[in-house]
Design a protein around this ligand. Sequence first.
Ligand code: G6P
Ligand code: MG
Length: 224
Amino acid sequence: MKKLADFRGFAFDLDGVLADTARFHSIAWQRIAQNLDIPWTDHLEAGIKGIDRAASIALILNSVNRYDEFTASEIEQLMQQKNELYQEFIATLTPDDVLPGIHQLLAELKAAGITMSVASASRNAPGIIERLGIQDYFEGIVDPTTVTEGKPAPGIFLEAANILNLPPEQVIGVEDSSAGVKSITAAGEVSLGIGAEAKEAQLHFESTADVTLAAIEEQLKNLD
Ligand code: G6P
Ligand code: MG
């Protein structure tokens, strides 16, 4: 049995957890795939979540065994095109795009004296957090360019604990992707998953709206 008092920090993924931006990554990559006549599948839709740009384009091209058709500079161009599309979408973000229940959760955690950091693979994370107006809740945002291996490797969540000056055991990592839950587990933190693709997490909620301190406390009772 565990309790909330065993933890002093929370590390939040961004896309699909704090903000409704996973759909923008998806639409932008779908457009790139369409230009290349690559069919979009459920496997790609779930698989691109949590992984970085280079891993995403590799996943898409490998889904039709076409990765070797492209030179390194062509791959670079595809990633840049995707990011330009993505940046057009995120330019429209406002504080209303914070996912349901997240404002209340961040306020509850802050009031409880729990410190927080952002553990996203996205290089666009600082700009998005700013647009959403939630920057003051966080001690810091992991810079994914300083982490050698992205999710599912532990680096991003380890760095998120490091920002909080906490050992991983005192941190709960929050994720909506399968790659992200694996990263949390590999980092030695407790995993809190949201939605269908994060079912393997130790604590699990269908939607961000369901995540409250009381509900977390309740689920922690079932952990060894
Ligand atoms: C997040 C998203 C991924 C995205 C990655 C990199 O982890 O879940 O879908 O590929 O960030 O984002 P960026 O904004 O750097 O391309
Ligand atoms: Mg995510």
